[in-house]
Write a new protein. Sequence first.
Length: 191
Amino acid sequence: MDEIENGTPPKKKSGMVMTIAAVAIVSVLGAGGGWFLGSMLAPEPLTSDEARVLEEAKATIRTREAAEAANEAAPPGGGHGEASKEDKDGLPKASTEANGVLQLDPITTNLSYPTENWIRLELALLFKGAPDVAMAQQIHEDIATYLRTVSLQQIQGPRGFQYLKDDIQERVDLRSEGRVTNVIFRTFVVQ
């Protein structure tokens, strides 16, 4: 009542200033948290050597697929004869040392839960330098053993598939001690 009698208006601006300050603080905290999580989750960029080797491997795969398509389009009894087993499968089992790619045998196993579901993976390993077949066989067995412990719920959806890829890459890194730079997923089927 004193304010009305004195002719001074009531003070309401301090509440508005506090609301604006609170919104600004929450916005800054949210932006900082988003930046922090984004930097943690973002993949590290490839080095120039890794990018070059990866592009060479992709070019080799495209060339082989084009050659395979040309062989399938040729009429039967055409001048080139029977296509070899390597051409029908895509990549050969042991690639040249120039690109360092080694295709693993397909992995087919049941999941831990539900046990009636099966998973099939076809992978290729990108080595630094010459491929090591003995190490690749150990990696193959390790991945097959790991897949037997995975449940269907763990690999559902794009996030589950990304977790599976990350887990397999981590296992390969540990087993190869850094000699394998990339795991290439050729097929992934859950039935």
